[in-house]
Ligand binder design. Structure first.
Ligand SMILES: Cc1cc2nc3c(=O)[nH]c(=O)nc-3n(C[C@H](O)[C@H](O)[C@H](O)COP(=O)(O)OP(=O)(O)OC[C@H]3O[C@@H](n4cnc5c(N)ncnc54)[C@H](O)[C@@H]3O)c2cc1C
Length: 467
């Protein structure tokens, strides 16, 4: 047993049934498979119970009962996480907010939305769009992931270069602490310098400090016109110059700046419908760039003109401009081949961040080191370079017998001299806990432990995750 004894567990579950009703407390076969694992592919594990509270008050009562008994609780969202943060053990109680979903309010004057944590990202986006706004957050798992999970992981995604991470979308937050106390900071104001910004503690804390129940999110003006280009670039220095010249001209109208190294690009191209590169020759690097202007302006001509100037200046070697939505989708399909990774290989995934100017050098160093250590390895590099985020995937099938942990340690060790981080966006969860000290100093870890102990003294919230 990791937490309460089995007798205590039975008593806790009975108390929870009394407080929430049978419908909100599932055990045994009544627990759906979705609650047993996430997208990491971790072996499925049935928790002792699954709680499905329908209100902040029910979450508060659940946690008060569990805290009293020292019973571990694992918050669960849409289970699309890539770090194992939502995986519950056999004697944990999982708590999902799937039944606490919906939009409580859209305030056009403040340009804010109050959203319940169990709402899927897609539903929140649709509600924003129906009200004439756009949400600053978007990612591939939008149909399944929940706002609570997005905030708990400080998700990044497709619009970070334009709107920042999940953290930047939040003005107010409601959280239930381990004790059952409700910490409500549901402000709509941009400016609020009244002591510590408590909400930021919980965003990115992966369910270890409190359960997020509602949030006040910023709404942005819609960006209707998207112009997409795939360009072949001479090398990493040219990539950085191109990024800076686009930013100087268009600011945050640049909606995506995705760099693919040839191994990744060739793999992605082979999986698309045409199965061949749109370029007649091979190139050192490829950039998928999107200009996403405001609905009222169409700067497509200006965007393409800047790319033409870069071509003349030799920064860009070749370019393909999407002429239609279908063209743009075809270009994005190459970059989104990552969805196929689990089916086509045994992916050992890295989601690291480094200063933008050093990413090119790191890729060269990392690739050379991998080739020296495991000559048969197949590795794929791409990154949201505008967000200083690099993804590396090593195919475990290409290095049979090598444990994933050995590959993790090998790559993470190379990050330290670059001041890099072991997680840019997916979080630490279960998978990267051992590697947190690669990115955080002993003093930082001690401060994190002190905060955890202050907010969750019995350690019931998501034990074994993050720290
Ligand atoms: C196809 C695909 C594409 C993805 N693309 C991206 C991407 O571009 N960028 C990115 O950052 N991530 C991406 N992810 C990862 C994942 O979607 C995000 O981390 C997402 O934010 C997780 O949300 P979720 O609701 O599924 O959370 P879960 O996986 O259920 O949980 C994640 C963590 O949050 C905690 N948690 C969940 N709900 C709450 C709550 N209400 N209160 C407190 N803690 C809670 C859990 O305990 C766990 O630690 C992708 C995943 C997939 C499968």
């Amino acid at each position: 047993m990791s937490g309460a004894s089995s007798k205590t567990l039975e008593r806790v579950i009975a108390a929870l049934r009394g407080a929430l009703g049978d419908e909100a407390v599932r055990t045994g076969q009544a627990i759906p498979e979705q609650a047993m694992t996430d997208w990491t592919g971790h072996a499925p594990m049935r928790p002792a119970a699954l709680l499905l509270p329908c209100s902040t008050d029910e979450v508060a009562r659940s946690l008060a009962i569990c805290n009293e008994a020292g019973q571990p609780v694992v918050p669960q969202g849409g289970m699309t996480g890539l770090a194992g943060g939502a995986i519950a053990r056999a004697d944990d109680i999982a708590l999902s907010l799937a039944r606490f979903a919906g939009i409580d309010e859209i305030d056009p004057a403040s340009a804010t939305m109050i959203v319940r944590a169990g709402t899927t990202l897609q539903a929140a986006q649709d509600a924003a769009s129906a009200a004439g706004f756009e949400l600053g957050l978007d990612l591939g798992a939008r149909g399944s992931c929940q706002i609570g999970g997005n905030l708990a992981t400080n998700a990044g995604g497709n619009r970070v270069i334009q709107s920042g991470t999940a953290r930047d979308q939040v003005l107010g937050l409601e959280v239930v602490l381990a004790s059952g106390a409700v910490l409500s900071s549901m402000t709509k104001m941009t400016k609020n310098n009244t002591g510590y910004d408590l909400k930021q503690l919980f965003i990115g804390s992966e369910g270890t400090l409190g359960i997020i129940t509602r949030a006040v999110l910023r709404l942005n003006p819609p960006r209707g016109r998207r112009h997409t280009a795939l360009v072949a670039v001479d090398g990493y220095d040219a990539v950085v110059k191109l990024l800076r010249s686009l930013s100087a001209r268009f600011g945050n109208d640049i909606g995506a700046f995705e760099i693919m190294w040839p191994d990744f690009f060739d793999f992605g191209v082979a999986l698309t419908a045409h199965a061949r590169s749109p370029f007649p020759a091979a190139h050192p690097l490829y950039a998928l760039i999107e200009h996403a202007g405001l609905d009222t302006l169409d700067e497509g001509e200006a965007f393409f003109a800047v790319l033409a100037e870069a071509l003349d200046a030799g920064l860009v070697r070749d370019a393909v401009l999407a002429q239609s939505v279908a063209d743009a989708r075809a270009l994005w399909a190459v970059r989104e081949c990552t969805a196929e990774f689990p089916a086509r290989m045994d992916p050992v995934n890295f989601d690291v961040s480094l200063p933008i100017g050093l990413i090119g050098e790191f890729v060269d160093v990392c690739r050379a080191a991998l080739d020296k250590r495991w000559p048969s390895n197949r590795s794929y590099f791409f990154g949201h370079i505008g967000d200083s985020n690099l993804h590396v995937t090593v195919d475990g099938h290409s290095i049979p017998g090598v444990a994933h942990d050995d590959v993790y340690a090998f790559v993470y060790e190379m990050l330290a001299p670059y001041g890099g981080s072991v997680s840019a966006e997916h979080g630490i969860g279960l998978l990267k806990r051992a590697y947190l000290p690669f990115s955080r100093s002993p003093e930082e870890l001690a401060a994190m432990r002190a905060i955890k102990a202050a907010l969750d003294p019995k350690g019931i919230l998501n034990p074994g995750k993050v720290i």
